[in-house]
Design a protein around this ligand. Structure first.
Ligand code: SAM
Length: 259
């Protein structure tokens, strides 16, 4: 009953993989001043991590987001047709020339890619030396495990012994624990399989702000003016708590310059 009431009225009865959901989520994010400030804080991290120099910047799975307003010259993309996108493409097979990009940016996309090895092989081909993959992704902490397994609708399986997962669709198919698996649990394996990439930094983020916002699938739960206070509380208290609670992380990978 409560779950039904909390579901966002714009998307409540729609199938997650229906492109109309993504279109409507653009409105959901724009109309929710708290949630849109969360996106702005993510976009600031992504924007600041793009290296100078030659090469294009591509966002995968742009969906309902608005990163193009924060990163000049960004090429947006989606795996299905969505009005306003620069390109339709699958991150597992990208239509770019060798070493033509300086950055791939993603917000909550890697954990939806069913064959992440294929994505990283492609990224290795299309990104130039010194270029980056910069992403905001769900992160596994004791706190987020509790939240993601009890309150969230997407699959979260930190025990999975493979990086791959069967996909039911571009939004419903997922393993939210995948970024943590690849860059924390299996970091040695990642380095072994993709030695051309250095994990430059992983910054755990946002233990409560996204939860309080209700995200993209629930109705607005917090007024926009409260965002700064929540952000300050997170900055003050998170470092003091054990096991660094975080629901997300900014993950920055840098492609090694050629020898
Ligand atoms: C959770 S949504 C995030 C959308 C948007 N970036 C945001 O933050 O609101 C995940 C996005 O990844 C896209 N996606 C899923 N599989 C993909 C793939 N193989 N290649 C590119 N994008 C993919 C989906 O279509 C969807 O738009």
């Amino acid at each position: 009953m409560l779950k039904k009431w909390l579901a966002h009225p714009l998307t409540r009865n729609l199938d997650l993989d229906d492109p109309r959901v993504t279109k409507l989520r653009q409105q959901v994010i724009r109309q929710d001043a708290f949630l849109s400030q969360i996106y702005v804080s993510w976009y600031t991290l992504l924007g600041n991590s793009i290296p100078p120099g030659v090469g294009q910047i591509v966002e995968l799975g742009s969906g309902a987001g608005f990163l193009s307003e924060h990163v000049p010259g960004l090429i947006t993309s989606e795996i299905f047709f969505l009005h306003g996108m620069s390109l339709i493409l699958d991150g597992q097979k990208m239509p770019f020339a060798k070493e033509s990009l300086k950055a791939i940016a993603m917000t909550n996309v890697l954990h939806h890619i069913p064959a992440p090895r294929q994505f990283f092989s492609e990224a290795t081909r299309v990104i130039r030396p010194g270029g980056v993959i910069s992403m905001i992704e769900p992160w596994a902490s004791p706190w987020s495990k509790l939240i993601y397994t009890s309150l969230h609708h997407e699959p979260f399986d930190p025990q999975s012994d493979t990086w791959e997962f069967p996909s039911s669709g571009p939004l419903s198919g997922a393993n939210m624990a995948l970024p943590w698996i690849m860059f924390h649990r299996d970091r040695g394996l990642f380095q072994q399989e993709f030695p051309g990439w250095r994990v430059e930094r992983i910054t755990p983020l946002m233990p409560i702000a996204y939860l309080l916002s209700g995200g993209v699938s629930l109705r607005q739960l917090m007024p926009g003016w409260s965002f700064r206070a929540v952000e300050r509380l997170e900055a003050l208290f998170t470092p003091l708590l054990p096991h660094r609670p975080a629901m997300f992380a900014h993950i920055l990978l840098v492609k090694s310059p050629e020898p």
